[in-house]
Design a protein around this ligand. Structure first.
Ligand SMILES: [Zn+2]
Length: 124
């Protein structure tokens, strides 16, 4: 399942970031997600919670920031948002299928919210 493998890499990356910042717990994860990645949001959220279980990100809140697919025609230079993120559509201006993806394929961690490890204070 597409969603499951994406969540596994997302949690691995989150754990790496959290460890490098000496965090004890991740409470929130924000991802930028292109609509052309074509995930099913409910499935993705379900997989995220399942994969995060028993990791540093257990119970963390997932926020998804969607980025619309934007294409640029290589023939006339017109850029446009196709109505479907997955089915190829020709340039509305000249009908060419020769397009370049400008945005909409993103899958990146934008922001994570963590709790730091409790600090110990030596008194003696
Ligand atoms: Zn065009």
């Amino acid at each position: 399942m597409h969603e499951l493998s994406l969540c596994q890499s997302l949690i691995q990356l989150t754990e790496r970031i959290a460890n490098s910042y000496n965090a004890s717990k991740v409470i929130g994860v924000t991802v930028e997600m292109g609509t052309a990645v074509a995930i099913e949001e409910d499935t993705f959220r379900f997989c995220f919670d399942a994969v995060a279980n028993d990791t540093i990100a257990d119970g963390s809140k997932l926020t998804i920031e969607w980025i619309r697919l934007k294409l640029q025609c290589q023939l006339c230079g017109n850029s446009y948002h196709p109505t479907s993120p997955v089915i190829p559509e020709p340039c509305p201006q000249c009908g060419s299928f020769d397009t370049k993806c400008l945005s909409g394929r993103e899958f990146t961690v934008k922001h994570i919210e963590v709790e730091e490890k409790a600090k110990e204070i030596e008194l003696h």
